[in-house]
Design a protein around this ligand. Structure first.
Ligand SMILES: NC(=O)c1ccc[n+]([C@@H]2O[C@H](COP(=O)([O-])OP(=O)(O)OC[C@H]3O[C@@H](n4cnc5c(N)ncnc54)[C@H](O)[C@@H]3O)[C@@H](O)[C@H]2O)c1
Length: 276
């Protein structure tokens, strides 16, 4: 197979974490639509099973539900060990998607919520890369997609917990992309802004912020989970490092890079306007 033509999203043997809902479910669906099979891993087995059942209506045996807490090293190690047997062939595509929302002002967010968010969003992706990258390297082709967020660079106030984890995911993905250059394994980071899913409902945000985030999500979401999933898979096929799927995210991305000091002041002033 020519490396130039290789498209990891086509007929993939894939693992998607957090596949029981939202973007993860859409990713799993799109993988199956492109002729692949997928392990739908989620901390909530019932949700993972629901996704697998939906996908298996498209073609039997294409999806397998698996319970896995990505924050737990042992569970991700077991998933990585079991995956080739479950799929009946080596894993060719890994999507570290599972994530949770937490936030509040620095000094007021509880350390318990900090730890929870870091454990799932950052350690979850570290575990996924740690246990699956060696398999892909050995195979000599494949793809890894890490679902980061525009929060990883936008520095929105009162979202520090989440922002920190997503900056970490971006940095990890950038480094991995460099390390795997020329190996045949493609690496992509996805940075959406608002996408209507369960994330706010399941988050640990203060109640007033939860209401605000829920309203923002329905007012400002410029795309849906299916579109984000398709863009993510198209990007990994091209070995494109960054995907910023929405125009508001691309605006923040460019403003921060071109005018970092002005961007930081602007964010502060807008925030001051909101809270006073
Ligand atoms: N929805 C958005 O606006 C948005 C924006 C940018 C980035 N993201 C990112 O997209 C990814 C998917 O989120 P979503 O919006 O689809 O949310 P979602 O809540 O709809 O889905 C997340 C899934 O992850 C699962 N999960 C939670 N903790 C887990 C754990 N420890 N181990 C395994 N699975 C776990 C949940 O059960 C759920 O099924 C996350 O990484 C999120 O940070 C979302």
């Amino acid at each position: 197979m020519s490396r130039k033509r290789f498209a990891p999203s086509s007929r993939a043997a894939a693992v998607v974490t957090g596949a029981g809902s939202g973007i993860g479910r859409s990713l799993a669906y799109e993988i199956v639509r492109r002729g692949g099979s997928v392990i739908c891993a989620d901390i909530d087995k019932a949700r993972a099973q629901e996704t697998a059942d939906l996908l298996n209506q498209l073609g039997s045996g294409v999806a397998i539900a698996r319970s896995c807490d990505v924050g737990k090293e042992k569970q991700v190690a077991e998933l990585a060990d079991a995956a080739p047997d479950l799929l009946g062939r080596p894993v060719t595509l890994v999507i570290n998607n599972a994530g949770v929302g937490a936030g509040g002002r620095i000094g007021e967010v509880s350390l318990k919520d900090w730890r929870w968010c870091v454990q799932v969003n950052l350690w979850g992706v570290i575990h996924g890369c740690h246990f699956f990258v060696p398999q892909l390297k050995e195979l000599g082709y494949g793809g890894i997609i890490n679902i980061a967020s525009a929060a990883g660079f936008a520095a929105a106030p009162e979202m520090t917990t989440y922002n920190v984890t997503k900056s970490g995911v971006l940095s990890l993905t950038e480094t991995l992309h460099a390390e795997l250059c020329g190996t045949g394994v493609h690496v992509t980071a996805v940075c959406p802004t608002f996408v209507p899913t369960r994330i706010v409902e399941d988050s640990r945000l203060p109640e007033s912020r939860k209401n605000f985030a829920g309203a923002a999500m329905s007012k400002w979401a410029l795309t849906d989970a299916d579109t984000v999933a398709a863009k993510a898979l198209n990007a990994v096929d091209r070995n494109q490092l960054y995907v910023v799927p929405q125009p508001d995210g691309r605006l923040a991305w460019r403003a921060k890079r071109l005018l970092p000091a002005l961007y930081a002041r602007g964010v502060g002033e807008v925030y001051r306007g909101f809270v006073h």
